[in-house]
Ligand binder design. Structure first.
Ligand code: GLN
Length: 194
């Protein structure tokens, strides 16, 4: 049986856990290396990327995470999780590190203060269907390398469209929070990669 881990250091990992449970997955919380070793896929939740970055280092998880992700572990990151999966980061705090996983540059808190939280209707490019998405102090993808697939875009305060869901191999990242909706398509996409 395949097991999905949810990184449970900070943020809304419980919501991801509930959603994956509902999809029939075998779900475990990941807080230590031995737990990471036992999973076939991983979710990095929304929350605060700066805090998660510090906690990963404090819990001695960072190097193991980088290693597993670069070895091809299927991963889904939402919001702060998207930030952590970026190769390069804009508007991070001094010394903030990411794990990498997707060759992209992500701008943190990109939608600006007035869009602290917003509900947006997106088009899910995999099948052209609508997707209702919740954004909370969300990042967007500023630049990405060839091979990164854009799964959804949204209009920023600059009037331009920016990628807000991407996939690179088995690594998926969304700027929004699929875990706080009843729409299971993003989590199903992760489970399909396991
Ligand atoms: N702005 C947060 C960060 O920088 C992310 C917000 C979220 O995950 N909802 O980590």
């Amino acid at each position: 049986m395949t097991t999905v881990g949810v990184l449970a250091l900070q943020g809304d990992f419980r919501e991801h856990h509930v959603m994956l449970d509902g999809l029939g997955a075998d779900v475990v919380k990941v807080r230590r290396l031995s737990e990471l070793d036992a999973v076939d896929g991983l979710v990095i939740p929304g929350g605060e990327s700066t805090t998660m970055d510090k906690l990963m280092r404090a819990f001695g998880l960072r190097d193991g995470l980088v290693e597993r992700i670069h070895a091809g572990l299927p991963v889904l990151g939402s919001c702060a999780g998207m930030i952590l999966l970026a190769r390069d980061l804009r508007d991070g705090i001094e010394g903030q590190q990411t794990l990498g996983g997707i060759p992209m540059t992500v701008r943190r808190n990109a939608f600006g203060r007035q869009v602290d939280s917003a509900e947006v209707d997106l088009v899910w490019e995999l099948d052209g269907s609508p997707m209702h998405a919740t954004f909370i102090r969300a990042p967007w993808v500023e630049q990405y390398d060839e091979g990164v697939e854009v799964l959804a875009t949204a209009t920023g305060p600059d009037g331009e469209r920016h990628p807000v869901a991407v996939r690179h191999g088995a690594v998926i990242a969304t700027a929004f929070h699929p875990e706080i909706s009843s729409d299971t398509r993003v989590h199903e996409l992760l489970l399909a990669q396991l």
